[in-house]
Design a protein around this ligand. Structure first.
Ligand code: FES
Ligand SMILES: [Fe+2]
Length: 346
């Protein structure tokens, strides 16, 4: 059960070259490559003749030639050549997915191509702002359903237990969360006032003493998250407007692409409002965040197994308000999409 009419991240830009590559999104195998002009092409990865993956074929003049008998497809998925000078059957066609390259990511539209609108791609504020630094992340393969990750990214409380040497602090255990919903998704946030900066941030923030800390976790449909962290000198927090000049802001971008029901490919990076050109800091932050996310992976993969083996129903807690709300809203979108698809077919 996935939302089809949505943009998902299919790959980092650097992963797609002029060689054919298979990527899997929502359980669909896709053959991707760059054409001679460098433009991304994404075709259904199954030749209509005997279903050999096209990614096992070769590129011929910007088209893809099947590696078995040479049926050849252009970037629109139309067959332009058949073996033995044979007639091209009218059903010799493969689906071509709308794709867009932005923020050094390849975005793919998995639903009705007529509905693909690139203006709906997740906007990354400050990506091109020279005053902001970036620490680039990885693509991590995680053996869990993507909704366990959206749960996790609407759950600031877990940091107190899972990330004890990095993001944790006592106030993260029990400071109440505020939940809100907007057209794009669900947000939970809280300010923790007059607290010592958590270990990960202690040597990054540019002021001494205690801080007011914002944790703001936002997940947008279908599975994209922006986690904003602010540390500002104690007494100056409480609002994101008119931040103190020494306030440290880190926006963590998280794109969770379901490869199958049980596996997710996780793309991430962070933008920060200080020391934009400090490569050493960027590298240190990337390493530290990778370590933190590896802690999540251990938990999430074990939770996936635990839930699949549950003998008694699992329970919910008050901290689950954000994750449950997001799941309900996403489910409603998926049902509405499937009903409108069924109505269109009737
Ligand atoms: S399987 Fe592709 S041409 Fe035969
Ligand atoms: Fe985490």
């Amino acid at each position: 059960m996935f939302l089809k009419n949505a943009w998902y991240v299919a790959a980092w830009s650097s992963e797609i070259t002029t060689d054919l590559k298979q990527v899997i999104v929502l359980g669909e195998k896709i053959c991707m490559y760059r054409d001679q002009a460098g433009k991304i092409v994404a075709l259904e990865d199954a030749c209509p003749h005997r279903k050999l993956p096209l990614s096992m074929g070769r590129i011929a003049g910007g088209n893809v030639e099947c590696g078995y008998h040479g049926l050849t497809f252009d970037c629109s998925g139309a067959c332009v050549a058949a073996p033995g000078k044979g007639r091209i059957p009218s059903n010799a066609v493969v689906h071509s997915y709308p794709v867009e390259e932005s923020y050094e990511l390849i975005w793919i539209w998995m639903g009705d191509p007529e509905l693909a609108d690139t203006s709906e791609i997740f906007k990354i504020e400050n990506y091109d702002n020279a005053d902001w630094g970036i620490n680039r992340g990885a693509a991590m393969e995680i053996k869990c359903n993507y909704k366990l990750m959206t749960d996790n990214l609407l759950d600031p409380t877990h940091v107190a237990w899972v990330h004890q040497t990095s993001f944790a602090q006592d106030a993260a255990r029990d400071t109440p969360l505020t939940l809100s919903k907007n057209d794009d998704g669900v947000v939970v946030h809280r300010w923790m006032m007059d607290v010592e900066p958590a270990p990960f941030y202690k040597h990054i923030v540019q002021f001494e003493g205690n801080a007011d800390r914002l944790q703001k976790y936002e997940v947008r449909y279908p599975c994209h998250a922006l986690i904003r962290s602010i540390f500002t000198p104690a007494g100056t927090g409480g609002s994101e407007d008119a931040l103190h000049k020494d306030a440290f802001v880190m926006d963590s971008y998280n794109f969770m692409t379901p490869t199958t029901e049980d596996e997710t490919r996780y793309y991430w990076f962070q933008l920060r409002n200080i020391r934009a050109d400090d490569d050493e800091l960027s590298a240190r932050m990337s390493d530290a965040v990778k370590g933190v996310f590896e802690e999540d992976i251990v938990i999430l993969e074990a939770v996936q197994t635990g839930l699949s083996e549950e003998r008694n129903p699992h329970i919910d807690l008050s901290i689950d308000g954000g994750p449950l709300r997001f799941r309900r809203e996403l489910e409603a979108l998926i049902v509405a999409e499937q009903q409108s698809g069924a109505a269109a077919e009737a």
